[in-house]
Design a protein around this ligand. Structure first.
Ligand code: AMP
Length: 285
C-alpha cells in the first residue's frame, strides 16, 4: 500500500524527519512550486533511486516573483499534485503556508552571487535569485536533506544554488537532472499549461534553435553562433528576451572561444507566457 504523508507544519515535519535520520535513512529533497508535470517527476524518480525517503515541497514562493501578475497567474492544483506524488512513490509532501516560511519579522539573507546572478534571469528578473536563495535556504534548514535535486531546465538556478551551498556551508549534495521534453522538443514547464495548442507548436522553435546552435557550434565562434540563432528566432512569432552563450560555471558570455560545457540559454515570450530553455552546445570530452 502506498503511503504519502502530507505536512503543512514545519515543527511536525522536522520531528518526523529527525526520527528517520536517526534510523540512518538517506533523505532526498525535491523543491517545487507545484503544477507538477513529468519533468518534476523525473526529479522524484532520481531521488527515489538514490535515497530512502523522498520529500517534495510545493510552495509558490512569492519572493521570487518580480511581477505580481505572473505570481497571480501561476498555475495551482494542489489536490491533483498530491495524487500525482502518491502515484509516483513520493514519501512526504510538504505544503507550507507563506506565513510559516516567512513569519513576521523573519531575517532575509543576501549573499554575493556575482557574476553568476547578474546575467540572464538575474538581469531580467530583479530580485528573483534573492527570492530563490531565501526560500531554498529556509527549506534546506527545515528538511536537512542529504541530496537535493534540481532540473537543468533552470540552468542558472542550479549555478546559484551550488554557489549558495558553498557560501552558506550546507552539507547537502546538489544533483542536477536533465531537462524533460515533450515529444516535439518543448521543454516541460508548469507555464506550458497557459499555452494554447497552437502556441505549444510555435514554442517548439526554442528547442529547434538550440539544436541548430549545437550543430553551428562545430563551425562558428560563440558570437557567430549566437547571431545565427537570433536570426533564426527572429522569423518566429516568439518575442526574444535574451539569448546568451555562457561559460557553464561562472555564466560569463562566450564570444571568441568555445569551452567544454558552453551552454546557450534563451528566454522568450510566447504570447504573454515567458518561457526559458537551454542546451549544452559543446560536450565535455
Ligand atoms: P518549479 O516547480 O518550476 O520551481 O520546478 C521545480 C524543479 O523542477 C526545479 O528544479 C526545476 O528545474 C525542475 N524542472 C522544471 N521543469 C523541468 C523539466 N522540464 N525537466 C526537468 N526538471 C524540471
Amino acid at each position: 500500500m502506498e503511503i504519502l504523508i502530507t505536512s503543512h507544519h514545519i515543527a511536525d515535519l522536522k520531528t518526523h524527519l529527525t526520527q528517520l535520520k536517526n534510523k540512518g535513512l538517506k533523505i532526498g529533497f525535491v523543491p517545487t512550486m507545484g503544477a507538477l508535470h513529468a519533468g518534476h517527476i523525473s526529479l522524484v524518480d532520481r531521488a527515489k533511486k538514490d535515497c530512502d525517503t523522498v520529500v517534495v515541497s510545493i510552495f509558490v514562493n512569492p519572493t521570487q516573483f518580480n511581477n505580481a501578475s505572473d505570481l497571480a497567474s501561476y498555475p495551482r492544483q494542489e489536490e491533483k499534485d498530491i495524487q500525482t506524488l502518491k502515484e509516483n512513490g513520493c514519501d512526504i509532501v510538504f505544503l507550507p503556508s507563506a506565513e510559516e516560511i516567512y513569519p513576521p519579522g523573519y531575517d532575509s539573507i543576501t549573499i554575493d552571487l556575482d557574476p553568476i546572478e547578474n546575467t540572464m534571469e538575474g538581469a531580467h528578473r530583479p530580485g528573483h535569485f534573492n527570492g530563490v536563495v531565501n526560500v531554498v535556504s529556509r527549506l534546506f534548514k527545515i528538511i536537512g536533506p542529504h541530496i537535493a535535486y534540481f532540473g537543468r531546465k533552470d540552468f542558472q538556478q542550479v549555478a546559484v544554488i551550488k554557489e549558495m551551498v558553498k557560501q552558506l556551508q550546507f552539507d547537502i549534495k546538489i544533483a542536477t537532472v536533465e531537462t524533460k521534453r515533450d515529444p516535439n522538443g518543448l521543454a516541460m514547464s508548469s507555464r506550458n499549461l497557459r499555452l494554447s495548442e497552437q502556441q505549444k507548436e510555435e514554442a517548439t522553435i526554442l528547442s529547434q534553435v538550440l539544436k541548430k546552435g549545437k550543430s553551428w557550434a562545430n563551425t562558428y565562434s560563440p558570437y557567430q553562433t549566437r547571431e545565427k540563432m537570433k536570426t533564426y528566432l527572429s522569423e518566429s512569432s516568439l518575442e526574444l528576451e535574451y539569448l546568451q552563450i555562457v561559460h557553464p560555471e561562472d555564466l560569463t558570455d562566450l564570444n571568441q572561444y568555445w569551452v567544454e560545457g558552453a551552454t546557450a540559454c534563451i528566454a522568450a515570450f510566447c504570447g504573454d507566457v515567458r518561457l526559458i530553455d537551454n542546451m549544452e552546445l559543446v560536450e565535455y570530452t
